[in-house]
Ligand binder design. Structure first.
Ligand code: FAD
Length: 393
């Protein structure tokens, strides 16, 4: 089925690079490779998010750090992203149950990580990609089949329901934690793979702007943390003066909170200062309407197949979000690939990429798991007594 239909060329080196997945890492990879002069085709399963009113999916905002910023620097987009779309966070603001707050700086006074909207990031990269003559973007195209040896790909056009084929010199899978490209790699090479769902899930809530001042309702330049031993809540500021709040907790604990009364009781005990900020009604509605999402960690080795295919970003090393490094590491993958291209052409760089990147990918997945304990357990042991009250949930 992959042979012939709609195919564009037969000489492999004349073919474009096909990138599967136009999320954060795929769109960054497309821009970076096109800037080097490669012909790139970017295939994304979703419709164009720039035309969507509501974009569903993972976290609304993310912490951007040096790993990620260096990829924007390569495109000449760093200043635009930091000045127009990001809010610097100088450190952690710890909320104790008493209402007392403590500040823990991330580094020197002039150092910060940046809270930035996933949508703004993705849109800025797609806008950049669209301006490049040598990038073709296909939205609503889902990869359904591919032959890595032949460089052939088959997509389902989700609008017309028709099937389309393409041919690539190199296939780059940026199609996330449940990557189809990775599945194809696993069929063809001795790829070691493991995935782990942790027992904890996450739920996103929202803090609206202060109704009187219209400003951020909490101190703005911080990553707010409510560490509570076996669970925690965090809040990152948004440009529209809201905060995206994320509650991380064991699934069994989410499940045990069965009524609005129990939810308010739970929040009154552990996160009392957050109730007026989130609002009782909003808290109850989101908690019971939305429910928690899972968190996955993925490791594999290698990341490439011959000189034909490569996986990067979450497709190669999805990690739990507690180190705030999933996207940043995906962007760093692109920076490293770009550096390798100073020495050799893309097909010859794939094995080198695995050789230097796999051990780092594994290490950051481990660090991310460890940092959950670090973040959620920062609090006084006094909380231990409180926790006993909720031992049944
Ligand atoms: P994805 O974002 O998953 O994008 C994959 C893309 O591929 C999607 O657009 C999808 O539609 C497309 N796709 C999938 N299958 C196909 C197919 N068959 N055909 C075509 N297209 C396909 N990271 C940070 O660095 N900092 C943070 O603060 C941070 N916070 C987080 C908070 C939470 C709650 C979570 C869950 C994650 C967080 N992360 C954070 C991690 C970050 O979200 C991911 O690492 C990042 O989104 C990975 O980008 P990606 O492009 O590799 O994958």
């Amino acid at each position: 089925r992959l042979n012939g239909k709609n195919s564009i060329s037969s000489n492999r080196s004349d073919r474009p690079i096909c990138i599967v997945g136009g999320g954060l890492v795929g769109s960054m990879a497309a821009c970076t490779l096109a800037k080097r002069g490669y012909q790139v085709k970017l295939y994304e399963m979703r419709e164009d998010i720039r035309k969507m009113e509501v974009v569903r999916g993972k976290s609304i905002n993310l912490a951007l750090s040096e790993r990620g910023r260096s990829a924007f620097r390569l495109l000449g987009l760093e200043d635009e992203m930091l000045n127009n779309y990001a809010i610097p966070m100088k450190g952690r603001m710890i909320h104790e149950t008493s209402g007392r707050k403590r500040f823990i700086p991330y580094g020197r006074e002039d150092q910060a990580i940046y809270s930035i909207s996933r949508r703004h990031l993705n849109e800025a990269l797609l806008n950049f990609a669209e301006k490049m003559q040598n990038i073709e973007i296909h939205f609503s195209h889902k990869l359904v089949n591919c032959n890595l040896d032949k460089g052939e790909l088959e997509f389902k056009d989700l609008n017309t329901k028709s099937t389309k084929s393409d041919e690539a010199s190199v296939i780059i899978g940026c199609d996330g934690a449940h990557s189809k490209v990775r599945l194809e790699l696993m069929k063809r090479t001795r790829l070691n793979f493991s995935q782990t769902y942790i027992d904890h899930g996450y739920l996103e809530l929202c803090i609206q702007p202060d109704p009187i001042t219209g400003n951020h309702a909490l101190e703005v330049n911080y990553l707010h943390i409510w560490p509570r031993g076996t669970f925690m809540m965090i809040a990152l500021p948004n440009l529209d003066k809201t905060y995206t709040v994320t509650l991380f907790m064991p699934f069994r604990q989410f499940k045990a909170i069965k009524t609005p009364e129990k939810l308010i009781d739970f929040f009154t005990t552990y996160f009392p200062d957050s109730i007026p900020l989130i609002g009782r009604e909003n808290l109850i509605k989101t908690f019971f309407d939305v429910g928690p999402s899972p968190l996955i960690s993925v490791k594999c080795d290698p990341y490439h197949y011959k000189d034909r295919a490569l996986i990067i970003g979450d497709a190669a090393h999805a990690m739990v979000p507690f180190y705030g490094q999933g996207m940043n590491c995906g962007f760093e993958d692109v920076t490293i690939l770009n550096e390798l291209l100073n020495e050799s052409h893309l097909p010859q760089s794939l094995a080198k990429f695995s050789a230097i990147r796999v051990k780092d990918g594994h290490a950051i997945c481990e660090l991310a798991l460890y940092n959950y304990i670090e973040m959620r357990d920062l609090v006084n042991s006094r909380l231990f007594l409180l926790r006993k009250r909720f031992d049944n949930i």
